[in-house]
Design a protein around this ligand. Sequence first.
Ligand code: AHG
Ligand code: MN
Ligand code: MN
Length: 339
Amino acid sequence: MSEQSFQTLGEFIIDKQEDFLYSTGELSRLLSAIRLASKVVNRQVNKAGIADIIGKVGNQNIQGEEQQKLDVLANEIFIEALSQREVVCGIASEENDDFIEINTHSNAHLSKYVVLIDPLDGSSNIDVNVSVGTIFSIYRRVSEPGTPVVLEDFLQKGVNQIAAGYVVYGSSTMIVYTTGNGVNGFTLDPSLGTYYLSHPNMQFSRTGNIYSINEGNYVHFPQGVKDYIKFCQKEEEDRPYTSRYIGSLVSDFHRNMIKGGIYIYPSTSQSPTGKLRLLYECNPMAFLAEQAGGKCTDGFQRIMEIEPTELHQRVPFFCGSYDMVEKAEEFMKNAHPQS
Ligand code: AHG
Ligand code: MN
Ligand code: MN
């Protein structure tokens, strides 16, 4: 981009508020809180190597995963920003066993929104200075405002999402989000601390030539996925495809959306539901993917139509350029049941 864009994220959020009928500005305030928290996390990520925040905390989260110091810090920063600004009535996070009710402030109970968040995605990449991210998903509560939030407020199908997005702390820091009217990306100018619209109306190309999957697990994959990988590697007009896997969903998704590609985290013989979490990883990415003209399924069914039963539920995940995901689904359907 040769010309500097002068539309800031703050202005964009306010401009778009008018798209929502009877808008009270609550969603705008919520997005602004996320914008602020992302800058604070960005500052920490950037100085991780010198601030003694690299490495493990020494305990595991509910999913049996080792918590990194930055996982915990990013979680605290987002929860703090969202609760202090009184913009949500509840938060569910990868790093907390249960959802959190926000009731420290007088108005918080009256907020109609809940947020689900993966505060730091790809955290195993922190120690080696590789891009990480934050993923968020916003719903309108189903229970009555003014009463305590309940589990059902969080266990909603992805199709009910009001907004979703991610922050990628990469070679530059970006926020990419949707409120159901397309996907827009904003790049942080670190010297000013301001996000500017840099990627308006982001779109997945219909097909692409990148496949992203942890192939080290190949022997544990379902037959359909093995067959699809062989298809990707076959010598044909536009193949073999290129293999790219960063190991942080946000970064892999971001690259694939810009260049065209597919990301797969399938079921494996050891974890039949895969690794990624439906509510704060897969659903928000699915909303973004569909808004950008892509496709997102568990290999058979649309991610956003899955009825959640648990906060930390996992699902197999196929996401990216529409035709590529459709092709992978075809292999899943045709394959023999997993042996
Ligand atoms: P998180 O750091 O939030 O636990 O997420 C890590 C996820 C995801 O970002 C990434 O794509 C995937 O785990 C990588 O898993 P493998 O190391 O099994 O490939
Ligand atoms: Mn994650
Ligand atoms: Mn995480």
